[in-house]
Design a binder for this molecule. Structure first.
Ligand code: ADP
Ligand code: MG
Length: 142
């Protein structure tokens, strides 16, 4: 499925709709270049889960846990990961197998340990269609 947006608000709303529909154990991956809107999308998704706390990128930790919503939300940013084994240390498996909703930024870096059943999200710009244009591709793996 492809959704096109032309403002941060629309991207937020796309994330929010997915958050409202998210089910226990659902795993999202989120891929896209710096400044494309991954944080905006994630903030929308958290809002859709009923989380009122501010959500930002987990700068100093690999995972940030938000318990204030309808389901627990596990926000991963694995950009700084050196080796997939570091994911064992943070308990990745337990989060992903648990009843919360996981969202993993830079998931391509840990491809070999991703669950087979995922919702993959790719956000891309297309400058020919304007500075604020974003194409959001949502793929259910199975
Ligand atoms: P990332 O987390 O991918 O690095 P951010 O979400 O932090 O990116 O930033 C996205 C930036 O792009 C924000 O400054 C936002 O206002 C701007 N922006 C412009 N148009 C859009 C759009 N359609 N969707 C999302 N963000 C947009
Ligand atoms: Mg970000």
């Amino acid at each position: 499925m492809v959704i096109e947006t032309n403002s941060p608000e629309e991207t937020f709303r796309t994330g929010k709709e997915l958050g409202e529909k998210a089910v226990p154990g659902q795993v999202f991956t989120l891929t896209g270049d710096l400044g494309v809107g991954k944080t905006v999308f994630t903030q929308g998704l958290a809002k859709g889960l009923g989380i009122e706390e501010p959500v930002n990128s987990p700068t100093f930790t690999i995972v940030q846990v938000y318990d204030g919503g309808r389901l627990p939300f596990y926000h991963f940013d694995v950009y700084r990961i050196g080796d997939v084994e570091e994911m064992d240390e943070v308990g990745f498996e337990d989060y992903v197998m648990g009843d919360g909703v996981s969202l993993i930024e830079w998931a391509n870096l840990i491809e070999e340990i991703l669950p087979e059943k995922r919702t993959d999200i790719l956000i891309e710009k297309d400058l020919e269609r304007g500075f604020d244009y974003r194409r959001i591709t949502i793929d259910q793996t199975r």
